[in-house]
Design a protein around this ligand. Structure first.
Ligand code: ATP
Ligand code: MG
Length: 546
C-alpha cells in the first residue's frame, strides 16, 4: 500500500491527486511511478481499470517545469474518445501546476486545433493519424519533446498505426523518456520497443488470482431472434446504473440503439460511421447520465473509463478473447463491482468455451428472467422510486389537490396502478425488427495451434514461467471513488485485488490495413473491427488482461 506522498511528489501534484479522490496508489501506480520518475524507459502492463493513465500521467506532470512554453510531452492513444479522456485526466493532474494540455484527433476541425496550439500547450495527447498531419503541416514540432507515452500500444498497431507511430517517434529527439503501455506483448510490440525504447524496465502487475474478482461474468444461451426480447427483460429485471451494450457491426449498433429508444429506454449508439460531433454528444450524454445505455461497437472496448458503468452486455459475442476482456473491463473499475452478460447462440457455445479457456475464467450460465419476473422487477423498482418521491414533501405537495380530487372518483389501487403504468414509460407494443447477425465461428484451431498455452505465461525476455508465480501484485487495498470524485453512482465496493495477467495462447493475425482512429468502415453490415483476423500470432508473448 503506498500513499502518493511517498513518491516525493511536489505539493501541486499531490493536491491535484487528492482532489481527484485518489487516496492510495493502485498496484501499477505503486510500481510504475518510481520507475518513471527515475527517468527510465518503461513497458507497463496491468489489468483493466486499475489506473494506468495516472501511472504515466503523474510522473509526466511532475517532470514538466511550470514556465515551459514548448511541447515537451507527447501521448499517443488509439481512438478519439480515448485521446479526449486521457487529456481530461492529464488536465486534472496538472491543474494546480497550471500546465496546458491539448487533445488532437481526427474528425475535429483542424484550423480550430491550430488555433488551440497557439496557446502553447506543453502536453499533446493525440491519435497518430492526426498528429502526423499536424507534423507535416509544421503546426506541431517535436524537437523539444522529452517524454513520449504510447497508451494501448497493441491496439494502435492492430489498427494499422505502426508506420505512423514509427514516423512520429523518429522525429522525437533520441534523448527522451519513452513509456509504453500495452495489454499484450506480441512480436510487433516487442519490435517497436526494441527500436524505440532504451533498456526499458518491464513493469507488470500480476496476481495469483485466476479470476477478475470484481466482475461477475454470466452468459445466457439464446436464439438470435430472441436477443432483443431477452435484453429488455434483463434491463427491466436488473436495471443498470449505466450499461454498455456491445454489438458486432455498425448496422447492429444503429438498429439496436434505435430499437431501445423506441421502447422507451434512455439509450444511444456509438460507432465509427457517426460524425465526430455526434460521437462527442453521445459520450457526453452517457457521462452526464442523460442516457444510461450506450450501445457500441468495439470502438468503445478499449480504455474508456466512465464511472457508474455497472453492466456490460455482449449482445453479440466478440470475435476474440482479448476483445472480450477489454469489453467487460469497462465495468468493475477502480475498485468497484460490475456485472457482465454475454448472449450466446447455440452455434457459438464452442466459441464461448474458447474464450473461457483463453481468459482462464469460467463464465457462469444463467437463465433469462421470465416475462413476469422482469415485470415484477420493474415494478419493484418503480415502487421504490415512488416511495423515495413521497419523502420529498415539497415536490409532492403541488400534486396533492388533483390527487384528492381523483380519489373521490376512483378506487385508490386503480389510480395508483394507472399512474405506475404511465411511469414505466413502457412501449412494449412497438414492433422491433433487427437484422440477424451470423453466428461467430470459433477460431480455436487457429488460435490454439502451436502457441504457448496451458498454464504458462512468458515475460518479455522470452523466458517462460509458470502462470501465477509472478512477483508481487496480490495488491494492497485501494478504494476507488473516494470523496471528491465527481460520481456518486454505483456502490463503491471492497478493496482492490491486485492486477493479474494470464497467458493468452495464440492470437489474432496482424494483416490489418490502416484505418483511422476507430473509424474504418468495413461496410455497414460487417464488423467494425477485430473480426477480420486471418492468421494467428505465433508468439507466445501474448497476454490478455483480466
Ligand atoms: N489511485 C487511485 N485511486 C482511486 N481511483 C483511481 C486511482 N487511480 C486511478 N483511479 C481511477 O480509476 C479509473 C480507471 O483508471 P484508468 O482509466 O487509468 O484505468 P486503465 O488501467 O487505464 O484501464 P484500461 O486498461 O481499461 O485502459 C479512473 O476513473 C481513475 O480516475
Ligand atoms: Mg487506459
Amino acid at each position: 500500500m503506498s500513499t502518493f506522498a511517498e513518491f516525493g511528489l511536489e505539493s501541486d501534484v499531490l493536491q491535484a491527486i487528492s482532489e481527484m479522490g485518489f487516496e492510495e496508489a493502485t498496484p501499477i501506480q505503486a510500481k510504475a511511478i518510481p520507475v518513471a520518475i527515475a527517468g527510465k524507459d518503461m513497458i507497463g502492463q496491468a489489468q483493466t481499470g486499475t489506473g494506468k493513465t495516472a501511472a504515466f500521467g503523474i510522473p509526466l506532470i511532475s517532470k514538466i517545469a511550470q514556465k515551459e512554453d514548448r511541447i515537451v510531452a507527447l501521448i499517443m492513444a488509439p481512438t478519439r474518445e480515448l485521446a479526449i479522456q486521457v487529456s481530461e485526466e492529464i488536465e486534472k493532474l496538472g491543474r494546480f501546476k497550471g500546465l496546458r494540455s491539448l487533445a488532437i484527433y481526427g474528425g475535429q476541425d483542424i484550423s480550430r486545433q491550430i488555433r488551440s496550439l497557439k496557446r502553447k500547450p506543453q502536453i499533446i495527447i493525440g491519435t497518430p493519424g492526426r498528429l502526423l498531419d499536424h507534423i507535416n503541416r509544421k503546426t506541431i514540432r517535436l524537437d523539444d519533446v522529452q517524454t513520449v507515452v504510447l497508451d494501448e500500444a497493441d491496439e494502435m498497431l492492430d489498427m494499422g498505426f505502426m508506420e505512423d507511430i514509427q514516423s512520429i517517434l523518429r522525429l522525437v529527439p533520441e534523448e527522451r523518456q519513452t513509456l509504453l503501455f500495452s495489454a499484450t506483448m506480441p512480436a510487433n510490440i516487442q519490435k517497436l520497443a526494441q527500436q524505440f525504447l532504451r533498456e526499458p524496465e518491464h513493469v507488470k502487475v500480476e496476481s495469483k488470482l485466476l479470476s477478475a474478482p470484481l466482475i461477475q461474468q454470466y452468459y445466457v444461451e439464446i436464439q438470435e431472434r430472441m436477443k432483443f426480447d431477452g435484453l429488455t427483460r434483463l434491463l427491466d429485471m436488473e436495471p443498470p446504473e449505466l450499461a454498455i451494450i456491445f454489438g458486432r457491426t455498425k448496422r447492429r449498433v444503429a438498429e439496436l440503439s434505435e430499437a431501445l429508444m423506441k421502447r422507451g429506454y434512455a439509450a444511444d449508439g456509438l460507432h465509427g460511421d457517426l460524425s465526430q460531433n455526434q460521437r462527442d454528444t453521445v459520450m457526453r450524454k452517457f457521462r452526464d447520465g442523460s442516457i444510461d445505455i450506450l450501445v457500441a461497437t468495439d470502438v468503445a472496448a478499449r480504455g474508456l473509463d466512465v464511472s457508474g458503468v455497472t453492466h456490460v452486455i455482449n449482445f453479440d459475442l466478440p470475435q476474440d478473447p482479448e476483445s472480450y476482456v477489454h469489453r467487460i473491463g469497462r465495468t468493475g473499475r477502480a475498485g468497484k463491482e460490475g456485472t457482465s452478460w454475454s448472449f450466446v447462440t447455440y452455434r457459438e457455445t464452442d466459441h464461448l468455451h474458447f474464450i473461457e479457456r483463453v481468459t482462464r475464467h469460467r463464465i457462469s450460465k444463467k437463465v433469462l428472467p421470465t416475462i413476469s419476473e422482469a415485470m415484477e422487477g420493474k415494478q419493484k423498482i418503480l415502487a421504490e422510486r415512488i416511495m423515495d418521491t413521497i419523502r420529498t414533501e415539497e415536490e409532492v405537495n403541488p400534486f396533492k389537490w388533483v390527487a384528492s380530487q381523483l380519489l373521490e372518483q376512483y378506487d385508490s389501487v386503480e389510480l395508483l396502478a394507472a399512474a405506475m403504468k404511465l411511469l414505466t414509460g413502457d412501449k412494449k407494443d412497438v414492433n422491433i425488427e433487427l437484422t440477424p447477425e451470423d453466428p461467430i465461428r470459433s477460431k480455436k484451431r487457429k488460435f490454439e495451434g502451436g502457441g504457448n498455452r496451458g498454464g504458462y505465461g512468458s515475460n518479455n525476455s522470452g523466458q517462460r514461467r509458470p502462470y501465477g508465480s509472478g512477483q508481487g501484485g496480490s495488491g494492497g487495498s485501494w478504494r476507488g471513488g473516494g470523496q471528491g470524485r465527481s460520481d456518486s453512482r454505483g456502490g463503491s465496493s471492497g478493496g482492490y485485488n491486485g492486477g493479474q495477467r494470464r497467458p493468452y495462447g495464440g492470437g489474432q493475425g496482424q494483416s490489418r490495413s490502416s484505418y483511422g482512429e476507430g473509424n474504418r468502415d468495413a461496410g455497414r453490415g460487417r464488423p467494425e473491427r477485430r473480426d477480420d483476423y486471418r492468421g494467428s500470432r505465433s508468439s507466445s508473448e501474448d497476454f490478455v488482461k483480466i
